[in-house]
Write a protein that binds this ligand. Structure first.
Ligand code: C2E
Ligand code: CA
Ligand code: CA
Ligand code: CA
Length: 278
């Protein structure tokens, strides 16, 4: 220990204090952001290239911070989850996404679906099915056009227990998508038992699909399995024509990625939907 200088431990404490202070600040700001409605949804189109149509959109939350600008979910979702602020935030996302879907349905695009991400805290909240029913009723939406995304690792964390919640949601008629597929080590047995309709192949497998034989094999196996089990597949993160060609060749019909569009503000997404088939 140093007599006059500051010890490593003091530095450690100070660093911790800064980190805690930073977290408390962000936590406080998140609460205010909810009250002041500083959140906004962007929508990324999901495309069926064969039919030249937009089949649906994924709602992705952003935080319009008064001084930091547009903040992406990677910088606040984890903290919102830890503090459970994700539950009210997730409720807002669900409502806002459904409000927007209704608007597009009424504008003449009645076949569109909306995909909404669920966080673990939301998914483990026993009141989730009641909330979903309530929001569908509020906007008078057909349940089948709301797709709820849960990550593969969330689903696999306690599969027996999670099947009960998945079934409660499936009973409402909403569709369930297994997000980030391939990263969460699903056992094939559970894949058969989960009441899910859609599998989303994670972007990490699509990225090098043309050059990495293992990634290509995983995508091909996922397609085969999905076809056998009667599930729809979405390829995420498709950025190039070559990737599109590859995933199309192995039978994937629904594509999401920068090749077609980045996530867009609602009005811009509306123009995209209108212009796409044209
Ligand atoms: P995710 O659900 O896997 O969403 C896809 C992410 O990949 C989005 O990032 C999207 O912008 C990005 N992406 C889509 N296509 C491409 C592409 O071609 N190339 C590349 N490089 N990226 C692409 P984003 O919007 O930053 O969201 C990140 C994650 O944050 C999401 O991953 C999701 O896990 C979470 N998230 C976003 N919105 C919500 C929400 O409302 N609730 C919850 N619980 N989580 C959310
Ligand atoms: Ca997702
Ligand atoms: Ca994903
Ligand atoms: Ca992801």
């Amino acid at each position: 220990a140093k007599a006059n200088g500051r010890s490593d431990f003091q530095f450690f404490i100070e660093a911790m204090r800064d980190e805690v202070a930073e977290r408390v600040t962000i936590e406080h700001e998140l609460k205010i952001a909810l009250e002041k409605e500083q959140f906004v949804l962007h929508y990324q189109p999901q495309i069926e290239p064969g039919a030249r149509r937009v089949v649906g959109l994924e709602a992705l939350v952003r935080w319009q911070h008064p001084t930091r600008g547009l903040v992406f979910p990677g910088d606040f979702i984890a903290l919102a989850e830890e503090t459970r602020l994700i539950v009210p935030l997730g409720k807002w996302v669900l409502e806002e996404a459904c409000r927007q879907l209704k608007y597009w349905h009424q504008a003449g695009y009645a076949d569109l679906h909306m995909s909404v991400n669920l966080s673990p805290a939301q998914f483990h909240d026993q009141s989730l099915p009641a909330l979903v029913r309530q929001v569908l009723a509020k906007f008078d939406l057909p349940a089948g056009q709301l797709h709820l995304e849960i990550t593969e690792s969330m689903a696999m964390s306690d599969p027996e227990e999670n099947i009960i919640m998945m079934q409660a949601l499936a009973d409402i008629g909403v569709k369930l998508a297994l997000d980030d597929f391939g990263t969460g080590y699903s056992s094939l047995a559970y894949l058969k038992l989960f009441p899910i309709d859609i599998i989303k192949i994670d972007r990490s497998f699509v990225k090098d699909i043309e050059t990495d034989e293992n990634d290509a094999a995983i995508c091909e196996m996922t397609m085969l399995l999905a076809q056998k089990l009667g599930k729809q597949v979405v390829a995420e993160g498709v950025e190039t024509e070559a990737q599109l060609e590859f995933v199309s060749r192995i039978g994937c019909q629904w594509i999401q990625g920068y090749l077609f569009s980045k996530p867009l503000a609602a009005a811009v997404a509306g123009n995209f939907i209108q212009g796409f088939a044209g």
